[in-house]
Write a protein that binds this ligand. Structure first.
Ligand code: AMP
Length: 114
């Protein structure tokens, strides 16, 4: 998608702080962090929202969770605690319509979220 900011990051057309990259995923530091650890895990496939995920994308979803597990450990929050968040559409606050998971940690994360 030529007008998608995450596709531009995936294609290295615009810079980002990349923390991990696999054939199917990229993980970057969020430009506006909401916690000491705030990483976005982004599938390279342009899927707009969770509503657009199909069973054929199952391995992507699984891979996201294993990468989250690895990154949480690397960032030192695996044992203390972290949160994986996927905002879907407007009432959840999704602002970039290329599916991504927020990995948040490094502080107490309140519940329920706002
Ligand atoms: P969401 O609101 O769930 O769609 O999350 C989008 C996230 O992308 C926000 O937390 C933004 O701060 C973040 N973001 C937007 N543009 C960039 C960028 N160029 N590099 C890193 N993070 C970004």
């Amino acid at each position: 998608m030529s007008d998608c900011i995450f596709c531009k990051i995936i294609n290295k057309d615009i810079p980002a702080k990349i923390v991990a990259e696999t054939p199917g995923l990229i993980a970057i530091r969020d430009v506006n962090p909401q916690a000491p650890v705030h990483i976005l895990i982004i599938p390279k496939k342009h899927i707009p929202t969770l509503n657009d995920v199909t069973k054929g994308d199952g391995s992507i979803v699984t891979d996201v969770h294993f990468l989250a597990q690895e990154l949480a450990k690397n960032e030192g929050v695996g044992e203390k605690g972290f949160r994986l968040v996927l905002n879907t559409n407007s009432e959840a606050g999704q602002s970039v319509f290329h599916i991504h998971w927020h990995l948040l940690g490094g502080r107490i994360l309140n519940w329920p979220p706002g």
